[in-house]
Design a protein around this ligand. Structure first.
Ligand SMILES: [Zn+2]
Length: 488
């Protein structure tokens, strides 16, 4: 009886991700709505504002992503927002925006906390460039009769080493939190079917300025990498911050100050094609909106977690105007372009940055006693077939690019873990106990300088493509795209 009860409980927990995987939404993983009460360390930053959680997910890499609005306690008016990303060890990256408190909160796994306030900034400062016209900038325009977009906007995020030093926390968690600030705005503004996801993280030793010159360079550096990362938008984070952010309007690239965690949700609105405030009342709905009560949507001042939408009421009045301020309409109209710069990647993304000793991702949930392992697609990278071998570490050799632009072979450590079983080599199909049948199969990627004695110091970036396979079903294959930013 006891054993049957355990198994039943386990099934209940794993049903949701299984359904999501079958639906092809591997990246969105499992809803944890209501399962993760806001920690006291974050709650003490809210100054009496009430947190209304509107989204809670755990992604395939084990990050819990939660977001919602902050309501003023007496009238319930939404005056701010909160995004919280918690990693598997309990470390927290939060982005807080409420009257009197705006910035990023970092709590490490030991509970040590650090709040970094966003400097006062005028989000109405002119901060856009016009994208060069031409099909080279909009690959989707080459094949309009075959739309390859799904409303999922995949972001490649570039951090300078100086930005990482300012952050002094996990850049993957910060990148996920950044994207969620915009996703929260889309949900609040009733824009369905459009969301932003993380495609990969790169690190550069060059701290570009957050201005027009930095923006051009980020676009020119990251756009040619679309076949590699299969991403849509290019996002840079730097320390040198003449502006809080700068973006193409319309377009697909932005640069953002690492000191301004609320900038990205504004800049990506420029990429969509939005301008600040429609002060002349012109016949053009591609603008943000401000209320007489001092609420400014993300494009028009950026102090409430909304894009303009005349269908949404705020303080009892419309938060937009169908003729002069309707960013929600623009997001819907532009979702195809924004998500169509690369074909959607149908598989699991694992993002590893050397600021962490290792990263993992769930690559499969298959019912029954399946024998699933992970293989490389080329013997120069790693083993290309499954084995029944057991414990050990697989060496993967990836071609990654250093600061001199030269691609070098970098050795990585790869392992596989089937539920609570011991770790095995990446391509092992070993299963350890029937209780773990049907559980998650994880791929674990790490890096050690010991494996790379000849590699010159510096950061190396790139991707490697792997594939999960099932020894019991030769036709089943699940692609894995690993984003690597490795520090030697
Ligand atoms: Zn702006």
């Amino acid at each position: 009886m006891k054993n049957a009860g355990r198994r039943k409980a386990k099934t209940a927990v794993w049903v949701t991700p299984l359904l999501l995987l079958l639906a092809g939404c591997a990246q969105d993983a499992e809803s944890i709505m209501g399962k993760s009460p806001l920690g006291a360390t974050v709650a003490q930053e809210l100054g009496g504002y009430r947190f209304h959680n509107t989204n809670s997910l755990r992604n395939v890499q084990g990050y819990a992503i939660e977001s919602g609005n902050l309501a003023e306690p007496l009238k319930g008016r939404i005056d701010g927002s909160l995004v919280v990303v918690t990693d598997k060890d309990g470390a927290i990256t939060a982005i807080i925006d409420r009257p009197g408190r705006r910035g990023a909160l970092f709590v490490d796994k030991t509970g040590s906390r650090r709040f970094v306030e966003e400097p006062a900034y005028d989000y109405l400062k002119a901060d856009t460039l016009k994208e060069r016209a031409g099909p080279a900038q909009v690959p989707g325009a080459d094949k309009p009769d075959k739309p390859d977009n799904d409303g999922q906007i995949d972001a490649l995020m570039l951090f300078s080493t100086k930005a990482l030093a300012v952050l002094n926390a996990d850049p993957v968690a910060f990148a996920l939190a950044q994207l969620e600030t915009s996703n929260l705005g889309l949900r609040n503004s009733q824009v369905g079917g459009v969301s932003l996801r993380l495609a990969g993280v790169r690190v550069t030793e060059t701290d570009l300025p957050v201005d027009g010159t930095g923006l051009v360079k980020v676009r020119d550096m990251l756009t040619p990498l679309r076949p590699v990362y299969k991403h849509d938008i290019n996002v840079g984070y730097f320390d040198n911050s003449p502006y809080g952010g700068m973006a193409y309007v319309p377009g697909s690239a932005s640069v953002n100050s690492i000191h301004h965690p609320l900038a990205f949700r504004h800049e990506v609105g420029h990429n969509v094609g939005g301008n600040h405030c429609n002060e002349t009342g012109a016949d053009n709905y591609r603008f943000g909106y401000q209320t007489s009560g001092g609420a400014h949507t993300m494009l028009c001042g950026n102090n409430i977690p909304y894009y303009s939408n005349p269908q949404v009421t705020y303080g009892g009045r419309p938060l937009g105007n169908a003729r002069t301020a309707d960013m929600a309409r623009l997001w819907r109209e532009e979702a195809g372009r924004m998500s169509g710069y690369s074909p959607a990647f149908e598989g699991t993304r694992l993002i590893y940055v050397s600021t962490q000793p290792e990263s993992s991702a769930i690559v499969a949930f298959i019912p029954g006693r399946s024998r699933i392992g992970v293989v490389a697609l080329s013997s120069e990278v790693g083993p290309t077939s499954l084995t029944y071998g057991g414990p050990g570490v697989t060496t993967l050799t990836a071609k990654l690019t250093g600061k001199d632009g030269v691609a070098r072979s970098v050795n990585l450590r790869a392992m596989r873990q089937n539920s609570g079983c011991p770790r095995t080599t990446m391509n092992s199909t070993l299963v350890c106990h029937p209780d773990f049948d049907g559980g998650p199969v994880q791929l674990i990627i790490g890096y050690s300088a010991l494996d790379n004695p000849e590699l010159p110091p510096g950061w190396y970036n790139g991707t490697v493509t792997l594939e999960a396979r099932n020894d019991s079903d030769p036709n089943w294959r699940a692609p894995i795209l690993v984003s690597l930013a490795v520090l030697r």
